[in-house]
Design a protein around this ligand. Sequence first.
Ligand code: FE2
Ligand code: FE2
Length: 483
Amino acid sequence: MAGIMDVSYDTQIPNNIGLSSDRRVLKALEKWHPGYIDWWKGSGPDGFLEDLVYLRTAVSVDPKGWAKFDYVKMPDYRWGILLAPQVEGRIIPCGQHLGEPAWQEVPGEYRSLMRRLIVIQGDTEPASVEQQRFLGKTAPSLYDMRNLFQVNVEEGRHLWAMVYLLQKYFGADGREEANELLKRQSGSEEKPRMLGAFNEETPDWLSFFMFTYFTDRDGKMQLEALAQSGFDPLSRTCRFMLTEEAHHMFVGETGVGRTIQRTCEAMNAAGITDPYDIDKIRALGVIDLPTIRKKMNLHYTLSLDLFGREVSTNAANAFNAGIKGRYQEVKIDDDHQLQDATYAVSEFTGGQILVKDVPALTAINMRLRDDYSRDAAGGVKRWNAIIKKHGIDFALELPHEGFHRKIGVFEGAPITPDGLVITSDEWAARRDEWLPSKADGDFIQSLMVAVHGPGEYAGWIAPPRVGIDNKPGDYEYVKLYMA
Ligand SMILES: [Fe+2]
Ligand SMILES: [Fe+2]
């Protein structure tokens, strides 16, 4: 029996929004679709268009059983438009419209602010697919290859989700923005993606795992904040996207964890106890822990920059308007308007790191970033537990907020991962102690060889503890097409 949570297949585009009876939007999406497929073929995973990948596809928005697994050729993936069920009587949870019924249409006065937020979110989705374009060729196993492609097709679906909102609620400007989302390119000189971290390279699999752990987690926090929006269709869209997003961070956390585990196992087997005995460790064909720390430092700090300036009037306006809430807004015990509240924000003045209280309304970005850092620390703790279990004296720790920043109060400040202020010359001289050097990158690159046998793994990474969809260890997650 089909319920409201089920997806309808009566158009080319699977959906639970009654698309077949919304001719205007259906036409706009159908017009956009061929350009999307061209983008996928030209900017999505390089090669592998003919291969059968064991992918999950959303077939419902029921949290208990929303996905089905099957072999699919990626260009045939059914990218759909899925909104979490409408909550009866939902109210605007924050800002000056607090308590009013959630909007089902965009209020005219907030149109451009809302459009901008949707475009910025939308821009990150295809960007990450572009960044990961070449990784399939060096997948350390079919399991990992499948996970990469799963993340890629879902980021593609997230682009559809944002394009739907633009086409449904923003008329001609929305259609224009939807087209632009297919024209910008990650890393392009002329037409780059909108945010810095999404123009960086993802050159190897350790970067991919760090990216899905740290940068997809920024995505999670942004979606959490937009899920609190007074604009109900945006809230419902983001709520369903979050269901998919959890797997992306799982791929990141377990990918880094398996890399660490393999390194520790190899060190133990070779009787190496000093984690800084780098040449000997690398000779074992695994990535030394100090280099893993550098990769973590890089991806974490690039992700912190995504939260924008610590003190921001735009963020205050979005909160005040009820367009974007805080993380778990409805669970916070305060006035939800931040009339007199303050929030502690760091400052960097005269070479000193100071903390001062500012109006909480202006520190919305900072608060979300703090929530993010707490969330990100959980996995780091679990990575350290793996190292400890192998009896190795080494620990990972997220660097100080002032380290290696390009946005906000610490922009360009010469601060170490421990939070010490040093001179710019010293910082430049010591950079390679803290961030991956060219040589580190070359070494990691040398380990990136494709492993295609079912159940086989590259030597630098441990197999997962359980398979996807409870499949056995030697499951053929990708059936490679042999020309
Ligand atoms: Fe996404
Ligand atoms: Fe994601």
